[in-house]
Design a protein around this ligand. Structure first.
Ligand code: GDP
Ligand code: MN
Length: 388
């Protein structure tokens, strides 16, 4: 789960990470009021779940009331399209008004879960301000990495190593180390998956400040972090994914027209591959879980059908603990209950597969039975092409 920049800053400041003074605004009038509280020039920043706002006109330095009003008018209520949001963009309904900073140096600082080493890895670069992808492509040797040993946590000396590696003055090192340690503690204590400060700046006045902040959290840990869970902003999410996750389904929206209902994440991935191989495009990843109870099958159909691009549905279930006849009954009931007219291809394998196929074939519905996964993918692609 992602959160907004202002929310991340609010969390990080509690861990001793220095941030500029700022306040939230929902209207141009509030924006000028916030600026008057801060005094002096301000930066008006669109709050959306995306980086690269600066290049897209979502970060503006303003010197007077007129400029603040203009910036606020140009952002609020509009969709901001950055190279991270996709062409649809994301709606700006909040602005963060922050006191302007005299930037001397911009540093990149990121904390991520490294799946290969199963550890938190801290990444820093003296070439801050740009995307990390851009830094690693153009200036790979500026990137410094430190791996945290989970048995002892991040150590002061590791933060100092990063600071010296960035080539900052010794008096700045003493300010940088608590900022780095603060981000680490926030990451660990709040069950974050990612903390990114880009840029972390050194000001002309020799202060260290987190000028931007991005955090995302482990959804599986939200149950024990209610104060993080309540920071969720559904308006920034793919509505298809919000609908599915609110109903306990593991769903990822894609751009194609073949809806997928599969039990097991690995099988779901294989199903997407097979659809592609057969020349089609999947509309989603959906793992209904091992149980595949009739209730979950119905919920899954509802979630898949909310995507208006879907022209055919492929149900692929391997019944190990489960039974194919039970799943088949769930599919037939769901299709009847939801009155689905769209072509549905069902491939069942495993326990009681013969009984399951019989239920599908004798249901009186126009459900297309498939023997193998390759066969199912081919039939689903054909059905979607015919419907288009
Ligand atoms: P992003 O584009 O979404 O990553 O938004 P950022 O918050 O990182 O802002 C983009 C860029 O705007 C930063 O890299 C800075 O160069 C610049 N910027 C942001 N705040 C200030 C500020 O207070 N003063 C100045 N001079 N530049 C700023
Ligand atoms: Mn940034």
């Amino acid at each position: 789960m992602d959160i907004h920049e202002y929310q991340a800053k609010e969390l990080l400041t509690k861990f001793g990470v220095p941030i500029p003074r700022g306040g939230l605004a929902y209207s141009p009038e509030q924006a000028t009021y916030r600026a008057s509280e801060l005094g002096g020039p301000v930066v008006v920043k669109a709050q959306i779940h995306s980086g690269a706002r600066g290049k897209a006109g979502g970060v503006k330095l303003c010197r007077n009331e007129r400029e603040i009003e203009e910036a606020a008018e140009s952002m609020l209520g509009r969709k901001l399209v950055t190279h991270q949001t996709g062409p649809a963009g994301k709606l700006v309904s909040r602005l963060y008004i922050e006191e302007a900073t005299n930037i001397d140096r911009e540093i990149y600082l990121g904390f991520v879960m490294d799946r290969a080493s199963e550890r938190i890895v801290v990444v820093a670069s003296a070439a801050g301000g740009m995307d990390i992808e851009e830094i690693s492509a153009t200036q790979p040797d500026t990137i410094i990495r430190v791996t945290v040993d989970p048995a002892v946590g991040m150590q002061q000396f590791q933060a100092r190593e990063l600071a010296f590696g960035l080539g900052v003055d010794p008096d700045i090192v003493n300010k940088l180390v608590p900022a780095i340690m603060g981000c680490y503690r926030a990451f660990r204590d709040l069950d974050a998956m990612m903390v990114e400060i880009n840029p972390l700046v050194i000001t002309k006045e020799k202060q260290v400040l987190a000028l931007d902040a991005k955090m995302s959290f482990d959804e599986n840990a939200l149950f024990r972090r209610p104060h993080i869970a309540e920071l969720r902003d559904k308006s920034q999410e793919d509505p298809r994914e919000t609908y599915a996750s609110d109903r306990g389904l593991s769903y990822v929206g894609l751009d194609g027209d073949i809806g997928c209902i599969v039990n097991g994440a690995g099988l779901a991935m294989a199903t997407l591959d097979m659809i592609k191989l057969a020349g089609g495009e999947p509309a989603n990843f959906l793992d209904i879980g091992g149980g595949a109870s009739p209730e979950r099958v119905t919920k899954s159909f509802k979630a898949v059908l909310r995507d208006k691009n879907v022209r055919a549905i492929l149900v692929n279930v391997f019944a190990g603990i489960n039974r194919c006849d039970w799943v088949a009954k769930g599919v037939v009931d769901a299709v009847k209950e939801l009155d689905i007219k769209m072509p549905i291809v069902v491939r069942l394998a495993g326990t009681n597969v013969e009984e399951g196929r019989k239920i599908i074939d004798n249901s009186g519905l126009t459900v297309i039975s498939a023997e193998t996964l390759a066969d199912a993918a081919k039939k689903a692609v054909e059905a979607a092409k015919k419907a288009a």
